[in-house]
Design a protein around this ligand. Structure first.
Ligand SMILES: [Zn+2]
Ligand SMILES: [Zn+2]
Length: 89
């Protein structure tokens, strides 16, 4: 049993697991927050159309789900961050 990093509540892995269900490749072991503090937005990933996880330090909904982000890091060798690079200049 580990406490939530955000609200210090004991993490209920059953609830968190339900919360994370739409995400690919991620399990409760990858998170240090409870179900209340984990935000998942369905159908928001620009790569796979799947659910994205909203990190606590993110402003706005990420464009990539964690699985696609790590795919991109593997493919390109650099971290795209959570947001699609919209270089408009
Ligand atoms: Zn919490
Ligand atoms: Zn994705």
């Amino acid at each position: 049993m580990k406490p939530c990093q955000n609200c210090q509540a004991v993490i209920d892995e059953y609830i968190l697991d339900k919360q994370l269900e739409p995400l690919r490749e991620l399990t409760v072991d990858d998170f240090n927050v409870c179900g209340n503090c984990a935000t998942v937005v369905p159908d928001a990933c620009v790569e796979c159309g799947g659910a994205v996880y909203v990190p606590r330090d993110s402003n706005g909904t990420p464009d990539y789900c964690p699985a696609c982000r790590s795919d991109l890091i593997e493919r390109t060798g650099h971290d795209p961050g959570w947001h699609l690079d919209t270089a408009s200049s």
